[in-house]
Design a protein around this ligand. Structure first.
Ligand code: GTP
Ligand code: SPV
Ligand code: MN
Length: 591
């Protein structure tokens, strides 16, 4: 096989593996990515030439590209995502399973000869800051330039990764082939026992940028279980108080439930005036490890944001809008005749005309949306105005509080503190949320989504809960665990809480509780703020609304507890007994 450029590694294990996969896929060329600026130019032109991306207006949006994906390839496909452990029971009842031998055979058959006429790109990348003891190396082999350009933003990509790898074989083998983008032969298969991922017939973000959900969460969670660390679907932020101290918090919300927005939060005027600031460390994934001081430390393994476009505006998320003015790839949004982009929920009037995400002419009178509800931007973290000075710190940041939360029209109050680590694990394990367009399937149905990890656990959910409980015993100074819900609705069906920047008000109570302050009342599920404990200055919220946001209704919780037990039964005999015991105790409390 012809190598189009210099092989920039001497690692024989890597070279042999690349050649083996090339032999199977039969590309015309192999290209080793070095991550340089010149290479970016060259690959961009190649991608434009191949029709995978278009240039946007380079005066208005310098360095920005536009991409439209296949109509059947716009979101994660959870029913086509597999965990291929040798024993079926190790994948657990929440994952699709395939026998590894059969899966390799089937996927190799799909890949065989599929890259004829194409280039195979070798994409070495680091998840995490270079040199961090928590970071990991992956190498993705792909025939999509779109994937290469995205990976270049989302990870520390290129020679830097080969340098960190040296001659080691400790890297995740990631194989991605577009094949024919055929949904009927699509598969995203993980082989945690072999540290390998194979994804075929898709080019969508979470299915094809294999460092993200596949490596950093599914493979990561599996590695974390045996290596005493945690891979979680969590944002990481630092909240700076007027005194100048910074408290770091992680928060796990399901897909499209507000992580990017919270991660880039801008304090509302009254809190800004008091001197509060928010620093962004990560918006989607956290890797957490116990530090020498006995605290839990977190890094963001990613280097970019793959954020939801619709709803992003100067009002809802100004930091995101400022981040995506240059060097950004927009996928499945609306493109205007002047080469700029638009989506539902962006500030100002919609453009008079444009081309929608399907490539069809669009006007504001069109029935269809201009942008797909799961259209996304890919942008470098370093462009975010609120990026934390600790973002590149290989040690990560020490975590004071962890938050779970979902989209619940009812039941869950605005915020509560769980009594202890075990009760916190319970709150995470029993999380539920309305489904969104981040994955194909019905939108708006409540489903259990433990720790926001339902689609991302690389092994048995019961073992995953056990790992959380075990970690609690090992962390000497464990973070406090909270639960939030920004999405409670009134009888009219409107959100009661204003959300977005105002969420800082709930987070300030969280920080106060970590410092042994903050007024609270005890309920069976934990401590809920008293009505006067939240700073509501300048907020247009009636007393009745605030009370309703903070209420814990027995009848609703009795129903909730019934739903929870159905899920424990599904988890089966690997459901930790501690979880069942807490359930029994809550059932008594609410009776
Ligand atoms: P993924 O990238 O899919 O993991 O999503 P995410 O968790 O980062 O969600 P994101 O911040 O992109 O928000 C998703 C949707 O929720 C957007 O349409 C937001 O406008 C909306 N949203 C975010 N925060 C809030 C909030 O506090 N209140 C309300 N009502 N909506 C919110
Ligand atoms: C999510 O769906 O949770 C995302 C986008 O963050 S994706 O990378 O597609 O998973
Ligand atoms: Mn996500």
């Amino acid at each position: 096989m012809a190598v189009a450029n210099q092989i920039i590694t001497e690692n024989k294990i890597v070279i042999n593996w690349v050649n083996e996969i090339a032999e199977l896929c039969q590309p015309d060329k192999i290209y080793y990515c070095d991550g340089s600026e010149e290479e970016k130019q060259k690959l961009t032109e190649e991608a434009v030439h191949l029709g995978e991306v278009e240039y946007l207006n380079q005066e208005k949006l310098p360095g920005c590209l536009y991409s439209r994906s296949d109509i059947n390839d716009v979101a994660r496909t959870e029913h086509l995502t597999y965990i291929c452990t040798r024993k079926k029971e190790d994948a657990g009842p929440t994952n699709n399973w395939l026998d590894p031998q059969q899966a390799y055979q089937k996927l190799h058959d799909t890949l065989r000869g599929s890259m004829k006429g194409r280039t195979l790109y070798v994409v070495p990348f680091i998840m995490g800051p270079a040199g961090s003891p928590i970071s990991k190396i992956g190498i993705e082999l792909t025939d999509s330039v779109y994937v290469v350009l995205n990976m270049r933003i989302m990870t520390r990509m290129g020679k830097i990764a080969f340098d960190q790898l040296g001659d080691s074989d400790d890297f995740t083998r990631c194989i991605h082939g577009k094949v024919k983008l055929d949904i009927n032969h699509r598969a995203i298969a993980h082989f945690p026992e072999d540290n390998t991922i194979i994804s075929v017939n898709t080019a969508y973000g979470g299915n094809a940028l294999l460092g993200k959900k596949c490596l950093a969460l599914r493979i990561g969670s599996f590695l974390g279980k045996t290596q005493d660390w945690m891979a979680e679907h969590m944002l990481i932020i630092g909240i700076e108080t007027p005194k100048g101290d910074i408290h770091y918090i992680t928060a796990a919300f399901p897909s499209q439930c507000g992580k990017t927005n919270l991660a880039m939060l801008v304090p509302p005027a009254p809190l800004k005036k008091l001197g509060y600031k928010v620093w962004t460390v990560g918006d989607d994934i956290a890797w957490l490890k116990i530090g020498p001081d006995g605290r839990l430390w977190a890094i963001n393994p990613e280097n970019g944001f793959f954020g939801v476009a619709p709803g992003t505006s100067m009002k809802s998320n100004p930091n995101a809008l400022k981040t995506i003015q240059k060097n950004t790839i927009f996928t499945n949004v609306l493109k205007t005749p002047e080469g700029t982009v638009w989506w539902e929920g962006l500030d100002g009037d919609p453009p008079k005309e444009g081309t929608n995400w399907k490539g069809e002419p669009w006007t504001p009178a069109s029935k269809d949306k201009g942008a797909h509800p799961n259209s996304r931007f890919t942008a470098p973290v370093e462009q975010c105005p609120s990026v934390s000075p600790e973002f590149e710190n290989p040690k990560g940041v020490p975590i004071s509080a962890m938050i779970f939360g979902g989209r619940r029209a009812k039941v869950a109050p605005l915020v509560y503190e769980t009594f202890n680590w075990e009760r916190g694990v319970y709150a995470g394990a029993t999380m539920a949320s309305e489904t969104t367009s981040a994955a194909t399937g019905q939108v708006g149905v409540v489903r259990r989504d433990p720790m926001a990890m339902l689609p991302f656990m690389g092994y048995h959910v019961g073992d995953y809960w056990r790992h959380w409980l075990n970690m609690g015993k090992k962390i000497k100074h464990a973070p406090k665990i909270f639960h939030v819900n920004w999405f409670r609705k009134n009888e009219k069906g409107d959100f009661i809480w204003p959300g977005f920047g105002e969420n800082l008000r709930a987070l300030l109570w969280v920080i106060e509780r970590c410092q042994g302050k903050g007024q609270a009342q005890e309920t069976p599920i934990g401590y809920v703020p008293t009505a006067n404990a939240l700073n509501t200055e300048g907020l247009d919220l009636s007393k009745a609304d605030l009370e309703s946001l903070l209420s814990v209704d027995s009848a609703e919780w009795q129903e909730e507890l019934k739903g929870q037990v159905e899920f424990f039964d599904k988890v089966g005999d690997r459901c930790p007994k501690e979880i069942r015991e807490i359930h029994a105790s809550l059932t008594k409390s609410f009776a």
